[in-house]
Design a protein around this ligand. Structure first.
Ligand code: PEP
Length: 254
């Protein structure tokens, strides 16, 4: 059975609640009723307004991070249940900016994934090598370590909820997207890692998205690849016109 296609926008630390509302109102109507899965990972304070204005659409609103505890004395942190109450349906976990700037490890990301699943949020788990690791020929080793460390002990039901995103760090926010062939090679390897951990059947089910400088004119080439089931879009998702184009170009591929 063909896997579903996902286009996920990651707004990072951009857009207030009002700006989120204006953005969603400005999206192409066809995008809001799209047949493919269109997700937006928005800042915490924009989740509620974005979810409210998306009520009559097919858009799915989510968060970009959460804590691994249900609740507790963790000043400045946010819990999955709080995100869910605000209207989030999914959460990005292990984004390279969280790993690099905030020191998140695979073990910590794993705990967050477990908590997200308990709290009813779909985890979108990001993995990817940096430029030096690629140059040194360590890409597969890094991907295997991250995939294993983040996912290894999940049960089958949990794994069925997971979306994996391959995001080479050297391609994020740099304008240097991976070529479709290079991305496909990494995606096929990620799928192989999932097969080793959870079996072939699960590997065929898990959606694997590509992220890293995706633009309207590059998305189709990526989605034509066998193992690329969607895209995670940062910079280009901030403009409703450009994001609409990415969604519409994705719809026409598979
Ligand atoms: C991202 O932040 O996940 C991302 C892919 O960013 P960009 O599209 O800007 O490279």
């Amino acid at each position: 059975m063909p896997r579903e296609i996902y286009v996920i926008g990651n707004w990072k630390m951009y857009k207030t609640g009002q700006e989120a509302t204006d953005y969603i109102n400005a999206l192409d109507v066809a995008v809001k009723q799209s047949k493919i899965s269109v997700y937006l990972a928005v800042p915490f304070t924009s989740i509620h307004p974005a979810a409210q204005v998306s009520k009559e659409t097919h858009l799915v609103i989510g968060a970009q991070n959460m804590n691994d505890a249900r609740e507790g004395a963790f000043t400045g942190e946010i819990a999955g249940l709080m995100l869910k109450e605000a209207g989030a349906k999914f959460v990005l976990l292990g984004h390279s900016e969280r790993r690099r700037i905030f020191g998140e490890t695979d073990a910590f990301i794993h705990k967050k994934i477990v908590r997200a699943l308990k709290d009813g949020l779909r985890p979108v788990v990001c993995v990817g090598e940096d430029a030096q690791e690629r140059e040194e020929g360590l890409t597969e080793e890094v991907l295997k370590k991250q995939i294993t460390g983040c996912l290894e002990t999940l049960d089958v039901e949990g794994m069925k909820q997971v979306i994996l995103a391959y995001e080479p760090v050297w391609a994020i926010g740099t304008g240097k997207s991976a070529t479709a062939d290079l991305a496909e090679e990494a995606h096929a390897f990620c799928r192989q890692c999932i097969a080793q951990l959870f079996g072939e059947e699960m590997a065929e089910l898990v959606p694997i998205l590509y992220g890293g400088s995706v633009k309207p004119d590059t998305v189709a080439g990526l989605l034509k690849q066998t193992d690329i089931d969607g895209v995670l879009v940062g910079g280009a998702s901030l403009d409703p016109k450009m994001f609409s184009e990415i969604v519409l170009n994705s719809e026409s591929v598979k």
